[in-house]
Each structure stands twice: as structure tokens, then as C-alpha cells.
Design a binder for this molecule. Structure first.
Ligand SMILES: [Zn+2]
Length: 93
């Protein structure tokens, strides 16, 4: 195959190639991250969601929020429930 033929195939892929690319992306390993509680160290593996912000802390949902260090001066703390199966995400900003 010449380079020109390859470029043509790549920019205008035939059905069999599209199908094989689709199969590959479907079977691609999902990205997993480990969520770790900053209070007790419990951890869980989860698929990160696109809407998750960058968390300052993570804690199990059964902990009290004041078990975590206070936010830095000038930062407001926001709690986001429903992170993974049993976590609350804390964002200080
Ligand atoms: Zn915990």
C-alpha cells in the first residue's frame, strides 16, 4: 500500500474499517480511578464522571464533615453527594 492509498483509506474509511474501529472503542478498557476517604482511608474503585470537579477531599458519606480539616481562609466549602458508591466529594474554592 502506498502512502497516498493509506491516507485515502484513513480519511475515507470503508465500512469494515469503521466497524473494526467501533468495536475496538467499545471493548476499550474504561478508565478507573481509586477514590480514597481522607478520614478513614477506605477506598473504592470508580468510573470518574465528566461532571466531577477536582476534589479537595473525599470522605465516606457516613462521616461528619467536621472530621476533615477546615478549608483554607477565604475558601468556601462545597459538598457533593453521590461520588462513586459511598463517597462525598468536598471542594474548597
Ligand atoms: Zn471514611
Amino acid at each position: 500500500m502506498t502512502e497516498a492509498e493509506f491516507a485515502e483509506l484513513d480519511s475515507n474509511p470503508p465500512a469494515w474499517l469503521l466497524q473494526s474501529r467501533a468495536n475496538r472503542s467499545k471493548t476499550a478498557r474504561p478508565v478507573w480511578i481509586t477514590l480514597t476517604c481522607d478520614i478513614c482511608g477506605y477506598s473504592e474503585t470508580a468510573r470518574p464522571k465528566k461532571w466531577w470537579p477536582q476534589f479537595s477531599y473525599l470522605s465516606c458519606s457516613h462521616h461528619d464533615i467536621w472530621e476533615l480539616p477546615d478549608p483554607a481562609p477565604g475558601l468556601a466549602r462545597e459538598e457533593i453527594d453521590g461520588i462513586g458508591a459511598s463517597f462525598v466529594g468536598i471542594v474548597d474554592r
